[in-house]
Design a protein around this ligand. Structure first.
Ligand code: PLP
Length: 384
């Protein structure tokens, strides 16, 4: 009975930083490659050649969205693989020792990868961040030495949405002749991204964060840089990433990115309005909270910490009302502990445990925002 009631409730999904729904147009673009057009693009016959052409068109579509050249785009299985590839490819796979410089608020696919690389003698240094997660550029300058292998700092954070001043950080790395990678998984499709303007050498992306399918992404590699392959055993992706291409998902990803780039202004405006609805409701109520996002953050991604309450409990109480939010990133959502990001930005102890992330998306409405805000206020008040 309880389950039936839950299923009948309107679900308000506000966890778009964890993943998004595949857009109808994206789905339509994928279907032919799942049913009918299944030839392997590596084969020499004409049907396969047509698929190869579709692959190229998808690569071109993606490249256009980030101001890259098609041959600078390498398809991967998503953000995690792209991040691992960059770090391995620029250290052990290149027979290079050295140090990786990164930030303390990176996604686990960077942090855990650095830990793994320590088994091969690669060390990691982390830059300082401020109370909103903004990297201190002086600390980057201080940490760079002759043995720095690569600098990897994310463009936008997945828990607090903070957007880094990547251009300034890249400039510092390049002044020392060091390559720069940015994890743009949370940024792409949400804010304009131009690889030439940012001047990055590598950029990671994942389709499921911008209304594309899961399990597909890409790595941008600046022309002229030769990164050693992580996955070998085939000549796909110009001999740099082996494995039969996931054509349906690649096409879907390209359509999703193009769609989100086209509607970005309208989308951003809507997200800012909905965010305002939620934050002003918190402001008007007498609940005690801290707002963890920086001034420049991903539109629609709100991270707040409430005083003397468990974020986990807020999440479950909202879930019972059909509202889906998160306490941190999807990767540590099951862990009942304060995330590294929240620790790094030094949210005080009485607030840290009461942290939740509300990440809005294209389908959320004004009514959703009002309901989310009022439900959170009710939950917080009911425990005080
Ligand atoms: N990097 C960031 C910033 C992310 O938010 C995520 C996913 O949450 C990833 C990397 C991993 O991407 P994927 O899920 O495609 O492996």
């Amino acid at each position: 009975m309880h389950t039936i009631w839950l299923n009948m409730m309107k679900k308000i999904y506000a966890d778009h930083a964890a993943t998004t729904n595949v857009d109808e147009l994206v789905l339509d673009s994928m279907i032919p490659f799942l049913n009918g057009r299944y030839e392997n693009p590596s084969q020499p016959y004409s049907g396969a050649y047509q698929i190869k052409k579709e692959l190229y068109l998808a690569r071109e579509r993606i490249a256009r969205c980030i101001n890259a050249a098609p041959e600078e785009i390498y398809f991967t299985s998503g953000g995690t693989e792209s991040n691992n590839w960059v770090l391995y490819g620029n250290t052990v796979l290149n027979n290079k020792n050295g140090t990786i410089i990164t930030s303390p608020i990176e996604h686990h696919s960077i942090g855990e990868c650095c830990k793994q690389l320590s088994k091969f003698g690669i060390t990691t240094k982390t830059v300082d961040v401020d109370a909103h997660g903004i990297v201190d550029s002086d600390s980057l300058n201080r940490l760079i030495t002759d043995d720095t292998a690569i600098v990897s700092i994310m463009l936008a954070n997945n828990e607090i949405g903070t957007i880094q001043n990547i251009k300034e950080l890249v400039k510092i790395a390049h002044q020392h002749g060091i390559l720069f990678h940015t994890d743009a998984v949370q940024a792409l499709g949400h804010i304009p991204v131009d690889v030439k303007d940012l001047d990055v050498d590598f950029l990671s992306s994942s389709a499921h964060k911008y209304n594309g399918p899961k399990g597909i992404g890409f790595l941008y590699v600046r022309k002229g840089i030769d990164i050693a392959p992580l996955i070998v055993g085939g000549s796909q992706e110009n001999n740099h990433r082996a494995g039969t291409e996931n054509i349906a998902s690649i096409v879907g990803m390209s359509v999703a990115l193009e769609l989100n780039c086209k509607r970005m202004t309208e989308f951003t405006q809507k997200m800012a309005e909905l965010e305002k609805v939620i934050i002003s409701a918190f402001e008007k109520s007498d609940i005690e909270y801290v707002y963890n996002c920086g001034q420049k953050h991903i539109p629609g991604l709100i991270n707040v910490s409430f005083k003397n309450i468990s974020g986990e409990m807020i999440l479950h109480r909202l879930d019972l009302k059909g509202i889906l939010v998160s306490t941190g990133s999807a990767c540590n959502g099951y862990k009942n502990e304060i995330s590294d990001v929240i620790k790094s930005i030094k949210v005080s102890k009485e607030y840290a445990e009461g942290t939740i992330r509300i990440s809005l998306g294209i389908d959320n409405t004004f009514e959703d925002a009002v309901l989310i805000a009022n439900s959170i206020i009710d939950v917080v008040k009911s425990t005080n």
